[in-house]
Design a protein around this ligand. Structure first.
Ligand SMILES: [Zn+2]
Length: 62
């Protein structure tokens, strides 16, 4: 189940859309910013029915 999510880049502040696979439950992964290409750590919180609860985007440097 792919869902389009909106990410606000913690490096450059630009927003962009990307897709997240909500069928895999809670997850965290790295995705490069579509604007500045910095690695953003994206953390998804998903309930047991696959509904996206929250999206967190943070810098991947310590
Ligand atoms: Zn960026």
């Amino acid at each position: 189940m792919l869902e389009t999510i909106r990410i606000d880049c913690p490096y450059c502040g630009e927003g962009f859309d990307t897709e997240a696979d909500c069928s895999a439950g809670d997850q965290a992964y790295i995705e490069d910013c579509a604007v500045c290409c910095q690695p953003i750590e994206i953390a998804l919180s998903v309930d047991h029915e696959g509904n996206l609860l929250s999206v967190r985007a943070q810098r991947n440097d310590e």
